[in-house]
Design a binder for this molecule. Structure first.
Ligand code: AMP
Ligand code: ZN
Length: 473
C-alpha cells in the first residue's frame, strides 16, 4: 500500500497530500535549464530537490511521469549563440550535454521525457491561434501578446494583488522573456522577427518570428501531460511572471484547471549572498570537482537543508558532507560484511523493498513536506542504536535492504572520497583509526601525537561530530 506523502502547495500555501489525479500515475512538469552556459549549483539545488521528490514518491509506491524541458530558444540562447558564432542548435546541444553530464554525476534520475522548445514550435502556434480566437490574445506589428486583463484570475499564485499591481491599470506590452517582478504587463506569445535574431525564426500566421519563453512550457506540458496535470515545479524566481503567465495562457486556452499542485524551491545562497559571477562566488559542479570535492558531497549539501528555506552554501559545508557520507558509508560496509552481501541494490531494486524498518522515521520525514535534513538526522539516530558487530547474518541482510531503501529515496550512493580517489595505505588507515579512538577516549596527548605523525608522512585528518576523514595533504 502506498504511504501518504504531503508537500506544501505554493498556490494554497498549505501542505497537501500528493496523490495522482487519475489514481495511477503522478504527472509532473519541471521547468528545465536554459541551455546558454554551464548550470550553476543554484540551478542544481532546484533539480536535485525535484529529483528527490520523485524518488520519495516512487519509494512510497506512487508511479510517476516526470517531464523536464530544455529551454533552447529564448533571448539568452539566441544572444549567446550569436556571440559565439554558432548555430542555435549546435550551441544549445553543447550546453545540454554538459548539463546532462552533471545530472549523472549528481545521481539524478533521468526524466521520462525531456522535450526542447525548438521541436514544438507548431504546438505553440496552435495555442496562440486558440488564444486569439477566444479573445485572450492580440496581434501587434507581427508579434502576438496575451492580454492580462482578459484573465481576471491573473496573479493568484504570486498574489499580485498583495504587491499592489492592479489588473486593468494601464498596461504596456512587454517583449522581453524575463521582466521585472514589479511590472504587470501583457506578455509576448509570439515575437515578430528582428534583425538580431539572425537565422532563428519560423513561419507563422503572423509572419516570421519565434515563440515567447513562457508559452514553451505551456505547450510542452499540454503535449506530454494533458490539459490538467498533477504538479508543476521550479525555483521560486519562476513564480512570477513565468508560472503566472503559464497559468493564464494554459487555462484560457483549455478552459480547464492547469495544475493541481505547485512546488517551488527556495534559492541557494553562497557565502550568505546571492550567487553572481561578478562577486566571485559563482560555482559550477566542475569548479568544485576541480577543488577536490565530489558531486555526491554536493548532493548531500543540498539534502542538508529544507527546500523551503534558503540554503547557504560554503566550501566548509562540503567538508561536513564528506564526514557525514563517510560515517554512512562505514555503517553500510559493516552491514554488508555482516550480511555477506557484496553488491548494493540498484535504484529500482532498492525502492521496491518498500520498507524502512528502523529507518522508517527517516522515510516518514521525507514523506512529510520533503524534510530531508530531518531525515538525515533520523538516519544517524538509527545508526547509533545499531551495533553491527552483534547482528546475525539474516538480521543484517534485512537491515541492509531497509537502509538501501531510504538511501534510494535520498539518491545517496555513498561513494566516499576514499573510494573515489586514491587508496589510503592500510598503515595510515590504522593510525587514523587509532587516533580517533584515542580522541574518543579523551586521550588528547596520544591523539595529538598520532595526528602529528600522520601529518609528517603527508596525511591530514579532519574531525567531524560523528566521524573523521583522512586526505593527502
Ligand atoms: P534557468 O536555467 O535560469 O532557467 O534556471 C533553471 C532552474 O534553476 C529554475 O527552476 C530556476 O528557478 C532555478 N534557479 C536559478 N537560480 C537558483 C538558485 N540560486 N537556487 C535555486 N534554484 C535556482
Ligand atoms: Zn517553465
Amino acid at each position: 500500500m502506498a504511504t501518504t506523502v504531503t508537500l506544501q502547495d505554493s498556490m494554497t500555501r498549505e501542505p497537501r497530500e500528493v496523490a495522482p489525479i487519475d489514481g495511477e500515475t503522478y504527472r509532473f512538469y519541471c521547468c528545465g535549464p536554459t541551455v546558454y552556459g554551464v548550470a550553476h549549483i543554484g540551478n542544481f539545488r532546484t533539480f536535485v530537490v525535484q529529483d528527490t521528490f520523485r524518488r520519495v514518491l516512487e519509494c512510497a509506491g506512487i508511479a510517476t511521469k516526470h517531464v523536464r524541458n530544455v529551454t533552447d530558444v529564448d533571448d539568452k540562447t539566441i544572444r549567446e549563440s550569436q556571440a559565439q558564432g554558432q548555430s542555435l542548435r549546435d550551441f544549445t546541444t553543447h550546453w545540454k550535454d554538459k548539463f546532462n553530464n552533471d545530472c549523472v554525476s549528481l545521481n539524478m534520475l533521468k526524466p521520462h521525457i525531456e522535450p526542447g522548445a525548438v521541436d514544438h514550435i507548431d504546438h505553440q502556434i496552435r495555442m496562440i491561434e486558440v488564444l486569439i480566437e477566444k479573445g485572450n490574445a492580440y496581434e501587434k506589428e507581427g508579434s502576438v501578446y496575451f492580454s492580462v486583463k482578459s484573465y481576471p484570475d491573473y496573479g493568484r499564485l504570486s498574489r499580485v494583488a498583495d504587491r499592489e499591481l492592479r489588473l486593468g491599470a494601464a498596461q504596456t506590452a512587454n517583449d522581453s522573456d524575463e521582466y521585472d517582478k514589479d511590472s504587470l504587463a501583457d506578455f509576448v506569445l509570439w515575437k515578430g522577427r528582428k534583425p538580431e535574431d539572425g537565422d532563428n525564426y519560423w513561419p507563422s500566421p503572423w509572419g516570421e518570428g519565434r515563440p515567447g519563453w513562457h508559452l514553451e512550457c505551456s505547450a510542452m506540458s499540454l503535449e506530454y501531460l494533458g490539459e490538467t496535470f498533477d504538479m508543476h515545479s521550479g525555483g521560486v524566481d519562476l513564480m512570477f511572471p513565468h508560472h503566472e503567465n503559464e497559468i493564464a495562457q494554459s487555462e484560457c486556452c483549455s478552459g480547464s484547471t492547469f495544475v493541481h499542485h505547485w512546488f517551488h524551491i527556495t534559492h541557494l545562497l553562497v557565502d550568505g549572498g546571492k550567487m553572481a559571477k561578478s562577486s566571485g562566488n559563482f560555482y559550477t559542479l566542475v569548479d568544485l570537482e576541480e577543488k577536490g570535492y565530489t558531486a555526491e558531497e554536493m548532493r548531500y549539501v543540498f539534502l542538508s537543508g529544507h527546500y523551503r528555506h534558503h540554503l547557504n552554501f560554503t566550501l566548509d559545508s562540503l567538508l561536513a558532507s564528506r564526514q557525514a557520507i563517510s560515517r554512512l558509508s562505514r555503517f553500510e560496509k559493516a552491514l554488508a560484511e555482516r550480511a555477506e552481501i557484496s553488491e548494493a541494490p540498484a535504484y529500482d531494486a532498492a525502492r521496491q523493498i518498500g520498507e524502512a524498518g528502523p529507518f522508517q522515521p527517516a522515510f516518514k520525514a521525507l514523506c512529510r513536506d520533503l524534510n530531508t535534513p530531518d531525515a538525515l538526522g533520523k538516519i544517524f539516530t538509527a545508526i547509533k542504536s545499531i551495533d553491527t558487530e552483534t547482528l546475525a547474518q539474516a538480521t543484517a541482510a534485512k537491515l541492509y535492504q531497509q537502509y538501501h531503501f531510504v538511501l534510494a529515496a535520498l539518491g545517496l550512493k555513498l561513494v566516499t572520497k576514499d573510494d573515489a580517489a586514491e587508496d589510503i595505505p592500510e598503515d595510515i588507515k590504522a593510525m587514523a583509526e587509532e587516533r580517533w579512538q584515542a580522541r574518543a577516549a579523551k586521550e588528547w596527548a596520544e591523539s595529538d601525537r598520532l595526528r602529528d605523525a600522520l601529518a609528517e608522512v603527508g596525511w591530514l585528518v579532519q574531525d567531524g561530530k560523528e566521524d573523521y576523514t583522512v586526505t593527502r595533504k
